[in-house]
Design a protein around this ligand. Sequence first.
Ligand code: GLU
Length: 469
Amino acid sequence: MTVRVRFAPSPTGMFHVGGARSALQNWIFAKQQGGVFVLRIEDTDAARNKPEWTEGILTALEWIGISRDSYEGPYFQSTNAGEHRAAAARLYESGRAYYCDCTREDVQARTGSKFQGYDGYHRDLGLAPGEGRALRFRTPDEGATVVVDLIRGEPTFENKLIEDFVIARGDGSPVFLLANVVDDMTMGITHVIRAEEHLPNTPKQQLLWEALGVKPPVWAHVPVVVNEKRQKLSKRRDKVALEAYREEGYLASAMRNYLMLLGWAPSGDREIVPWSVIEDEFRLDEVNPSPAFFDEKKLRAFNGEYIRALPVDEFIEACQPWLTGTGTIAPPPWQPEEYDAAAFAAVAPLAQTRIAVLSEIVPNVDFLFLASPLIDEAAWAKTMKDGSADLLDAAVAAFEALESWDADSLKSTLEAVGAERGLKLGKTQAPVRVAVTGRTVGLPLFESLEVLGRERTLTRMRAARLRLV
Ligand code: GLU
């Protein structure tokens, strides 16, 4: 039997990192089993769906390495509505479902003040189909539904505690729970790997599989992803959109490595490993069922390591969207014609070791491209003290006299200027750095000045000196 898994997102918002994690787990499992990964867009909630969310899902999957030619689909749940209705009709005709027109208030009036679920009132009343009548599944009175779950063992649900749940609304439209089962059935899905939050639905869905006469799939409910307060990641509170991470300059390679560590780890004392190792070693049944902490700090550190490991030319290439403001990435503060690729290439290796996300490239190199630096006024106030004017005067004079404009000469020259004033290099550098780059931190100063060039460096130092009058 060919293994067939599916990833079945609902296009109701930005694509969530937890979804990306489930997609990757499905995708690797399919690959390991020589199986097929199916993408199904569950777009039946017409009020909340938007086509751009669907496009966002496809693009995000592509970004983390699930390319459009490596899966079956996308299928759209909405195009399967006929099958969903047919399944509801079959369940009715076989006596596994019945019509009911009770409101919640009706049930409450019969069962007491607290609503405890539907009481089965219409089970044997033989109500005919009709407008406003919901179709309910007749759950077994006895026995238990055992969910075979690769991650959670065999969660067992007593049937008598499962209410006769609605499978089609009063207007005849099948509910998500049924549509999801029918699609999995129609698409020959053998393993349902999805987030833990769907576990409470699973006994109901398994009963539907059985009632429709098809062997249920093997389930795997992967752990919920939580923040540092152990709260489920939420789009209102936490940064959850994969797109937001991409725009900030996380590398897809770092992101997917990190996502796979949510509830699982490769062998040995390693976390950062080549993707091929993850593809070989990942075992769905080794995933820890406990909530998985999405540690943004750790992800950031991971990303820094991935950035540092890139060959320089790939790093330069990876920075381009931030240097040019491609697509949804904000444009940099300089004009396109001010950008100088050769100057960037000269400082790229220095920047590569200092940034953790690619968007940080912009404040590190903007001084190279802008006509005059963006001065951080707080940094200016903190740095430009008594003595700065004199220091800048002396540094300008010494730099003007330099024969060779290179980092080593610049450094020894400024060191000498500082020594004459009893200052260590760090203190001597600070006003020069602020004058030239506008900031107190950044790339190594003397290499920066070398690349910026004599004229521009001196102009900026003189301009800063004038401000200190
Ligand atoms: N469409 C559902 C969701 O986005 C997925 C349901 C499932 O995987 O079975 O949460």
